[in-house]
Design a binder for this molecule. Structure first.
Ligand code: NAD
Ligand code: UDP
Length: 309
């Protein structure tokens, strides 16, 4: 049994990670300030033993006794990370710094959930880890993109300076149960709109692309990364690419909804394409995603239908 800290553990991905680690018999400490997360996501763990919830903001230092740290604390949906951009930047950078200090004190392994957003609006497609990206440093997405880039810098500086065992994964669009109905990201928005019979809101003309990964595949590979001797950065995601219009059509078909598609302005700096090259994850971690879009959407639709009742 290991003592594992999951920051952002009450959020979408964090809650699944806490449950999986707990199921494997580890002692799990879930740390979260509940900014976008909810205790409902971890309710089954609260009184189950070998689990602790600490309400805390990673912007503030904390002293704990742990062997492994998964650093997920950060709002991930554009509408939420743009709501208070200075908080987002502090969370990414000071949060990373505080968790790296904690890892250094404990000589703990630490994994950072970085993002495909480090590539910005990419000129290289699909995105490979060696691509250095095209981020607008003063745009509305910069608080998140540059925050995550600076966090990667801190991780590699702690490795060079303090010989810390670090791991950095760059996550591409991931979806599934436990996303908040008002999360604002495209998959949950379209499903909730379709189930409620409301208009499906496509931003722009819907020709922009994303590649969608189901959460289970992602949790598997994050844990494989922690067990590996790799530091990364390693791209993780599902390389099957769809236009946003195709996603809307899939959701309408699977929910059999009568909702209409409407078109709204595209927010600035919205990446036109995104698809991970996952050769490195494949080679180094022997991992490839198993769950494709229709199957993952069906499970996610079931989840949102169940919480509506
Ligand atoms: P989420 O918003 O559901 O979860 C983030 C969690 O972090 C929430 O529980 C929130 O309350 C918590 N949090 C935010 N700021 C905090 C702070 N200052 N102190 C403590 N807790 C804080 O998002 P998610 O999709 O589960 O994302 C988890 C991590 O994975 C994030 O770091 C995100 O950047 C990264 N990521 C996710 C995706 C994806 O597609 N889901 C893609 C790339 C990167
Ligand atoms: N999007 C959309 N309608 C929505 C929400 C998002 O058309 O209701 C688009 C958004 O403009 C982007 C893509 O879907 O092009 C993915 O958006 P999301 O917020 O999920 O994540 P991103 O990959 O942009 O960080």
């Amino acid at each position: 049994m290991k003592k594992v800290l999951v920051t952002g553990g009450a959020g979408f991905l964090g809650s699944h990670l806490c449950k999986t680690l707990h199921k494997q018999g580890h002692y799990v400490i879930c740390l979260d300030n509940l900014y976008t997360g909810s205790k409902d996501n971890i309710s089954e763990l609260i009184d189950s033993g070998n689990f602790e919830f600490i309400e805390h903001d990673v912007i503030e230092p904390i002293d704990l006794n742990v062997e492994e740290i998964y650093n997920l604390a950060c709002p991930a949906s554009p509408i939420h990370y743009q709501q208070d951009p200075i908080f987002t930047l502090k969370t990414s950078i000071w949060g990373a710094l505080n968790m790296l200090e904690l890892a250094r004190k404990n000589r703990a392994k630490i994994l950072q959930t970085s993002t495909s957003e480090v590539y910005g609006d990419p000129e290289v497609h699909p995105q490979v880890e060696s691509y250095k990206g095209s981020v607008n440093p003063i745009g509305i997405r910069a608080c998140y993109d540059e925050g995550k880039r600076a966090a990667e810098t801190l991780f590699f500086d702690y490795q060079r300076k303090h010989d810390l065992d670090i791991k950095v994964v760059r996550i591409f669009n991931t979806y599934g149960p436990n996303m908040h109905p008002q999360d604002g990201r495209v998959v949950s928005n379209f499903i909730v709109q379709a189930l409620e019979g409301k208009d499906i809101t496509i931003y722009g003309d819907g020709s922009q692309t994303r590649s969608f990964c189901y959460y289970q595949d992602l949790i598997d590979v994050i844990m494989l990364m922690m067990e590996s001797s790799e530091s990364g950065p390693i791209n993780i995601g599902n390389p099957n690419e769809f236009t946003i219009k195709e996603l809307a059509e899939n959701v309408l078909e699977l929910t059999q909804s009568q909702s209409k598609i409407t078109y709204q302005d595209l927010p600035s700096d919205d990446p036109k394409v995104r698809r991970p090259d996952i050769s490195l994850a494949n080679e180094k971690l022997n991992w490839t995603p198993r769950i494709q879009l229709k199957e993952g959407l069906q499970e996610t639709i079931k989840y949102f239908s169940s919480i509506k009742k």
